[in-house]
Design a protein. Structure first.
Length: 346
Protein backbone atom coordinates (compact mmCIF):
# COMPACT_ATOMS: atom_id res chain seq x y z
CA UNK A 1 0.00 0.00 0.00
CA UNK A 2 1.29 3.46 -0.92
CA UNK A 3 0.66 6.46 1.36
CA UNK A 4 -1.48 9.26 -0.06
CA UNK A 5 0.50 12.19 -1.41
CA UNK A 6 0.22 15.14 1.02
CA UNK A 7 0.27 18.84 0.19
CA UNK A 8 3.51 19.35 2.11
CA UNK A 9 6.73 18.06 0.46
CA UNK A 10 7.53 15.79 3.42
CA UNK A 11 5.22 13.68 5.55
CA UNK A 12 4.90 14.72 9.17
CA UNK A 13 7.53 13.19 11.44
CA UNK A 14 5.20 10.95 13.46
CA UNK A 15 7.81 9.17 15.57
CA UNK A 16 11.42 9.88 16.57
CA UNK A 17 13.90 7.51 14.89
CA UNK A 18 17.53 6.50 15.03
CA UNK A 19 20.04 6.24 12.17
CA UNK A 20 19.07 3.79 9.44
CA UNK A 21 21.09 1.24 7.54
CA UNK A 22 20.22 -0.33 4.21
CA UNK A 23 21.99 -3.03 2.29
CA UNK A 24 22.88 -2.07 -1.27
CA UNK A 25 21.08 -5.05 -2.75
CA UNK A 26 22.45 -4.65 -6.28
CA UNK A 27 26.10 -4.47 -5.26
CA UNK A 28 25.66 -7.13 -2.59
CA UNK A 29 25.68 -9.93 -5.15
CA UNK A 30 26.61 -8.37 -8.49
CA UNK A 31 29.51 -6.06 -7.69
CA UNK A 32 32.14 -8.40 -9.13
CA UNK A 33 30.47 -8.79 -12.51
CA UNK A 34 28.40 -5.63 -13.01
CA UNK A 35 30.23 -2.91 -11.15
CA UNK A 36 28.79 -0.05 -13.14
CA UNK A 37 25.15 -1.13 -12.96
CA UNK A 38 22.47 -0.51 -10.42
CA UNK A 39 19.23 -2.40 -10.76
CA UNK A 40 15.74 -1.18 -9.85
CA UNK A 41 14.45 -4.31 -8.12
CA UNK A 42 11.41 -2.53 -6.70
CA UNK A 43 8.29 -1.17 -8.35
CA UNK A 44 7.59 2.57 -8.18
CA UNK A 45 3.96 2.09 -9.22
CA UNK A 46 0.87 2.23 -7.00
CA UNK A 47 -0.67 -0.49 -9.16
CA UNK A 48 0.51 -4.14 -9.11
CA UNK A 49 3.33 -4.78 -11.59
CA UNK A 50 3.31 -8.36 -12.90
CA UNK A 51 5.61 -8.03 -15.90
CA UNK A 52 9.15 -9.42 -15.93
CA UNK A 53 11.99 -6.89 -16.00
CA UNK A 54 15.34 -7.64 -17.57
CA UNK A 55 18.55 -5.60 -17.67
CA UNK A 56 21.69 -6.33 -19.69
CA UNK A 57 25.29 -5.15 -19.52
CA UNK A 58 27.54 -6.81 -22.08
CA UNK A 59 27.39 -10.58 -21.57
CA UNK A 60 25.77 -10.25 -18.17
CA UNK A 61 22.07 -9.95 -17.46
CA UNK A 62 19.68 -9.80 -14.55
CA UNK A 63 15.98 -10.67 -14.55
CA UNK A 64 13.42 -9.61 -11.91
CA UNK A 65 10.30 -11.80 -11.87
CA UNK A 66 7.25 -10.79 -9.78
CA UNK A 67 4.68 -13.13 -8.26
CA UNK A 68 0.97 -13.00 -9.10
CA UNK A 69 0.65 -10.42 -6.29
CA UNK A 70 3.02 -8.16 -8.17
CA UNK A 71 6.59 -6.94 -7.91
CA UNK A 72 7.79 -5.86 -4.47
CA UNK A 73 7.39 -2.09 -4.12
CA UNK A 74 9.81 0.46 -2.76
CA UNK A 75 7.57 0.67 0.33
CA UNK A 76 7.83 -3.11 0.84
CA UNK A 77 11.58 -2.54 1.03
CA UNK A 78 10.98 -0.88 4.41
CA UNK A 79 10.82 -4.37 5.94
CA UNK A 80 14.33 -5.11 4.68
CA UNK A 81 15.61 -1.75 5.86
CA UNK A 82 14.24 -2.38 9.34
CA UNK A 83 15.59 -5.94 9.49
CA UNK A 84 19.03 -4.89 8.29
CA UNK A 85 19.05 -1.98 10.75
CA UNK A 86 18.48 -4.43 13.61
CA UNK A 87 21.24 -6.74 12.46
CA UNK A 88 23.70 -3.88 11.92
CA UNK A 89 23.03 -2.58 15.42
CA UNK A 90 23.85 -6.02 16.86
CA UNK A 91 26.88 -6.45 14.63
CA UNK A 92 28.29 -3.08 15.66
CA UNK A 93 27.88 -4.10 19.31
CA UNK A 94 29.87 -7.28 18.72
CA UNK A 95 26.88 -9.62 18.96
CA UNK A 96 26.28 -12.73 16.86
CA UNK A 97 23.69 -12.42 14.10
CA UNK A 98 21.68 -14.84 11.97
CA UNK A 99 19.57 -14.47 8.80
CA UNK A 100 16.36 -14.88 10.83
CA UNK A 101 15.01 -11.58 12.13
CA UNK A 102 11.94 -11.09 14.33
CA UNK A 103 10.10 -7.83 13.71
CA UNK A 104 7.74 -6.36 16.26
CA UNK A 105 4.93 -5.04 14.05
CA UNK A 106 4.10 -2.00 16.17
CA UNK A 107 7.74 -0.98 16.45
CA UNK A 108 8.19 -1.44 12.69
CA UNK A 109 5.28 0.88 11.91
CA UNK A 110 6.70 3.53 14.24
CA UNK A 111 10.23 3.12 12.83
CA UNK A 112 9.01 3.62 9.26
CA UNK A 113 6.86 6.65 10.13
CA UNK A 114 3.58 4.86 9.34
CA UNK A 115 0.23 4.83 11.06
CA UNK A 116 -0.72 2.05 13.46
CA UNK A 117 -4.26 1.32 12.26
CA UNK A 118 -5.66 -1.89 10.83
CA UNK A 119 -4.88 -0.96 7.21
CA UNK A 120 -1.25 -0.35 8.12
CA UNK A 121 -0.90 -3.85 9.58
CA UNK A 122 -2.57 -5.33 6.49
CA UNK A 123 -0.18 -3.42 4.23
CA UNK A 124 2.70 -4.97 6.18
CA UNK A 125 1.49 -8.51 5.43
CA UNK A 126 0.84 -7.68 1.76
CA UNK A 127 4.37 -6.33 1.47
CA UNK A 128 5.80 -9.47 3.05
CA UNK A 129 4.06 -11.59 0.39
CA UNK A 130 5.43 -9.47 -2.46
CA UNK A 131 8.96 -9.59 -1.04
CA UNK A 132 8.82 -13.38 -0.77
CA UNK A 133 7.36 -13.72 -4.26
CA UNK A 134 9.85 -11.52 -6.15
CA UNK A 135 12.64 -13.59 -7.73
CA UNK A 136 16.03 -12.41 -9.01
CA UNK A 137 17.87 -14.39 -11.70
CA UNK A 138 21.34 -13.45 -12.93
CA UNK A 139 24.27 -14.99 -14.77
CA UNK A 140 27.93 -14.92 -13.79
CA UNK A 141 30.61 -15.77 -16.35
CA UNK A 142 34.00 -16.94 -15.07
CA UNK A 143 36.70 -19.05 -16.69
CA UNK A 144 34.69 -19.67 -19.83
CA UNK A 145 31.71 -21.03 -17.87
CA UNK A 146 28.33 -19.46 -17.22
CA UNK A 147 26.67 -19.79 -13.83
CA UNK A 148 23.01 -18.82 -13.34
CA UNK A 149 21.87 -17.91 -9.82
CA UNK A 150 18.23 -17.66 -8.72
CA UNK A 151 17.26 -16.14 -5.36
CA UNK A 152 14.57 -14.11 -3.63
CA UNK A 153 14.56 -10.80 -1.78
CA UNK A 154 13.80 -12.87 1.33
CA UNK A 155 13.80 -16.66 1.79
CA UNK A 156 10.85 -16.97 4.15
CA UNK A 157 8.29 -14.99 6.11
CA UNK A 158 6.10 -15.91 9.08
CA UNK A 159 3.29 -13.84 10.59
CA UNK A 160 1.91 -14.18 14.13
CA UNK A 161 -1.28 -12.48 15.27
CA UNK A 162 -3.39 -12.57 18.41
CA UNK A 163 -6.04 -15.29 18.08
CA UNK A 164 -9.49 -14.17 16.94
CA UNK A 165 -11.07 -12.47 13.94
CA UNK A 166 -10.03 -9.05 15.13
CA UNK A 167 -6.70 -10.16 16.51
CA UNK A 168 -3.89 -7.68 15.90
CA UNK A 169 -0.53 -8.61 14.42
CA UNK A 170 2.12 -9.28 17.03
CA UNK A 171 5.28 -9.94 15.09
CA UNK A 172 6.75 -11.05 11.78
CA UNK A 173 9.71 -13.38 11.25
CA UNK A 174 11.69 -13.06 8.04
CA UNK A 175 14.66 -15.10 6.87
CA UNK A 176 17.05 -13.07 4.71
CA UNK A 177 18.61 -14.53 1.59
CA UNK A 178 22.26 -15.57 1.79
CA UNK A 179 23.31 -12.83 -0.62
CA UNK A 180 21.77 -10.13 1.60
CA UNK A 181 23.01 -11.66 4.85
CA UNK A 182 26.56 -12.02 3.53
CA UNK A 183 26.56 -8.34 2.53
CA UNK A 184 25.46 -7.38 6.04
CA UNK A 185 28.28 -9.41 7.62
CA UNK A 186 30.71 -7.66 5.27
CA UNK A 187 29.17 -4.31 6.36
CA UNK A 188 28.35 -3.36 2.78
CA UNK A 189 25.75 -0.87 3.98
CA UNK A 190 24.86 2.79 3.67
CA UNK A 191 23.43 5.10 6.31
CA UNK A 192 20.12 6.72 5.37
CA UNK A 193 18.76 10.02 6.55
CA UNK A 194 15.87 9.54 8.98
CA UNK A 195 13.72 11.70 6.68
CA UNK A 196 13.81 8.93 4.08
CA UNK A 197 10.55 7.60 5.53
CA UNK A 198 9.01 11.05 5.25
CA UNK A 199 9.34 11.04 1.47
CA UNK A 200 5.82 10.37 0.25
CA UNK A 201 6.38 9.58 -3.42
CA UNK A 202 8.12 6.45 -4.78
CA UNK A 203 10.21 8.49 -7.25
CA UNK A 204 11.51 10.69 -4.44
CA UNK A 205 12.69 7.70 -2.42
CA UNK A 206 14.38 6.17 -5.43
CA UNK A 207 16.06 9.47 -6.37
CA UNK A 208 17.38 9.77 -2.80
CA UNK A 209 18.74 6.21 -2.88
CA UNK A 210 20.63 6.88 -6.10
CA UNK A 211 22.01 10.18 -4.78
CA UNK A 212 23.04 8.50 -1.52
CA UNK A 213 24.87 5.72 -3.32
CA UNK A 214 26.59 7.65 -6.10
CA UNK A 215 27.03 11.15 -4.69
CA UNK A 216 27.51 10.00 -1.12
CA UNK A 217 29.80 12.42 0.71
CA UNK A 218 31.25 13.88 -2.48
CA UNK A 219 30.44 17.47 -3.34
CA UNK A 220 28.53 16.59 -6.50
CA UNK A 221 27.69 13.84 -8.96
CA UNK A 222 25.95 14.10 -12.31
CA UNK A 223 24.05 11.77 -14.63
CA UNK A 224 22.00 12.16 -17.78
CA UNK A 225 18.24 12.36 -17.45
CA UNK A 226 17.82 9.29 -19.66
CA UNK A 227 20.21 7.15 -17.60
CA UNK A 228 18.66 8.34 -14.33
CA UNK A 229 15.26 7.26 -15.62
CA UNK A 230 16.66 3.80 -16.33
CA UNK A 231 18.39 3.50 -12.97
CA UNK A 232 15.23 4.53 -11.14
CA UNK A 233 13.17 1.93 -12.97
CA UNK A 234 10.71 4.62 -14.07
CA UNK A 235 8.10 3.48 -16.59
CA UNK A 236 6.54 6.87 -17.32
CA UNK A 237 7.18 8.73 -20.56
CA UNK A 238 10.33 10.88 -20.71
CA UNK A 239 8.24 14.08 -20.84
CA UNK A 240 6.48 13.17 -17.59
CA UNK A 241 9.72 12.02 -15.95
CA UNK A 242 11.42 15.31 -16.86
CA UNK A 243 8.52 17.19 -15.27
CA UNK A 244 8.89 15.16 -12.07
CA UNK A 245 12.63 15.87 -11.86
CA UNK A 246 12.07 19.56 -12.47
CA UNK A 247 9.38 19.62 -9.77
CA UNK A 248 11.67 17.80 -7.32
CA UNK A 249 14.48 20.26 -8.05
CA UNK A 250 12.21 23.26 -7.45
CA UNK A 251 10.71 21.90 -4.20
CA UNK A 252 14.25 21.14 -2.94
CA UNK A 253 13.16 18.83 -0.13
CA UNK A 254 15.33 15.78 -0.83
CA UNK A 255 17.27 14.85 2.35
CA UNK A 256 21.03 15.50 2.21
CA UNK A 257 21.10 16.46 -1.47
CA UNK A 258 19.94 19.10 -3.91
CA UNK A 259 19.48 18.40 -7.59
CA UNK A 260 19.61 20.53 -10.70
CA UNK A 261 18.24 19.84 -14.18
CA UNK A 262 20.37 21.55 -16.81
CA UNK A 263 19.25 22.70 -20.24
CA UNK A 264 21.07 19.72 -21.75
CA UNK A 265 19.05 17.23 -19.66
CA UNK A 266 21.91 16.61 -17.25
CA UNK A 267 21.08 15.98 -13.58
CA UNK A 268 23.54 17.28 -11.00
CA UNK A 269 23.16 16.05 -7.42
CA UNK A 270 24.98 18.16 -4.82
CA UNK A 271 25.74 17.31 -1.23
CA UNK A 272 23.96 19.85 1.00
CA UNK A 273 26.64 19.71 3.70
CA UNK A 274 29.44 20.24 1.19
CA UNK A 275 27.53 23.07 -0.50
CA UNK A 276 26.91 24.75 2.82
CA UNK A 277 30.60 24.64 3.62
CA UNK A 278 31.43 26.09 0.24
CA UNK A 279 28.88 28.89 0.69
CA UNK A 280 29.77 29.78 4.28
CA UNK A 281 33.52 29.36 4.23
CA UNK A 282 34.27 30.10 0.58
CA UNK A 283 36.41 27.01 0.18
CA UNK A 284 38.85 27.57 -2.69
CA UNK A 285 38.47 25.71 -5.95
CA UNK A 286 40.33 25.90 -9.24
CA UNK A 287 38.33 26.94 -12.31
CA UNK A 288 38.37 25.03 -15.58
CA UNK A 289 37.73 26.12 -19.14
CA UNK A 290 35.09 24.51 -21.32
CA UNK A 291 37.81 22.92 -23.42
CA UNK A 292 39.19 21.08 -20.38
CA UNK A 293 35.89 19.24 -19.87
CA UNK A 294 35.82 18.13 -23.50
CA UNK A 295 39.40 16.90 -23.40
CA UNK A 296 38.79 15.04 -20.14
CA UNK A 297 35.83 13.09 -21.54
CA UNK A 298 38.11 10.76 -23.49
CA UNK A 299 39.38 9.51 -20.11
CA UNK A 300 36.14 9.58 -18.12
CA UNK A 301 34.21 7.63 -20.77
CA UNK A 302 30.61 6.95 -19.78
CA UNK A 303 31.19 8.30 -16.29
CA UNK A 304 30.44 11.92 -15.51
CA UNK A 305 33.28 14.35 -16.17
CA UNK A 306 31.77 16.57 -13.46
CA UNK A 307 32.01 13.79 -10.87
CA UNK A 308 35.71 13.37 -11.75
CA UNK A 309 36.10 17.12 -11.41
CA UNK A 310 34.74 16.99 -7.84
CA UNK A 311 37.13 14.15 -6.98
CA UNK A 312 40.01 16.18 -8.41
CA UNK A 313 39.02 19.29 -6.42
CA UNK A 314 38.82 17.19 -3.25
CA UNK A 315 42.27 15.74 -4.00
CA UNK A 316 43.62 19.24 -4.62
CA UNK A 317 42.21 20.53 -1.32
CA UNK A 318 43.55 17.56 0.64
CA UNK A 319 46.96 18.29 -0.93
CA UNK A 320 46.92 21.73 0.66
CA UNK A 321 45.49 23.74 -2.26
CA UNK A 322 48.82 24.14 -4.09
CA UNK A 323 49.18 26.90 -6.68
CA UNK A 324 48.51 25.55 -10.17
CA UNK A 325 50.26 26.90 -13.25
CA UNK A 326 47.38 25.55 -15.32
CA UNK A 327 44.21 24.18 -13.74
CA UNK A 328 43.23 22.66 -17.09
CA UNK A 329 46.52 20.75 -17.40
CA UNK A 330 46.34 19.56 -13.78
CA UNK A 331 42.79 18.26 -14.24
CA UNK A 332 43.62 16.50 -17.52
CA UNK A 333 46.62 14.91 -15.85
CA UNK A 334 44.48 13.73 -12.95
CA UNK A 335 41.94 12.15 -15.34
CA UNK A 336 44.68 10.48 -17.40
CA UNK A 337 46.31 8.99 -14.30
CA UNK A 338 42.99 7.68 -13.01
CA UNK A 339 42.16 6.24 -16.44
CA UNK A 340 45.46 4.34 -16.53
CA UNK A 341 45.02 3.15 -12.94
CA UNK A 342 41.48 1.90 -13.52
CA UNK A 343 42.59 0.21 -16.73
CA UNK A 344 45.25 -1.76 -14.87
CA UNK A 345 42.72 -2.80 -12.22
CA UNK A 346 40.35 -4.01 -14.91
Amino acid sequence: MVPDTPKAPLLADKHPQQDLFVCDVADAVLKDVMQEMEHPFYSLSKKPVTTIREYRHGEHWIRVTPSVQGLATIYDKDLLIYAISQLMAKLNQGEEISPRVRINCHEFLIFTNRGTGGKDYKALVDGLERLRGTTITTNIITGGEEQIDVFGLIDKGTVRRKYGLDGRLLWVDIVLSDWVFNAIKAKEVLTLNRDYFRLSKPYERRAYEIARKHCGRKNAWSISLELLRKKMGATSAMKKFRFFIKELAESDHLPDYTLELTEKDQIIFRNREAREKDDNYEMPRPRLSGDAYERAKKFTGRESVYAWEQDWIQFWRESGCPTLKSADAAFIGFCKSRFVRLGKKG
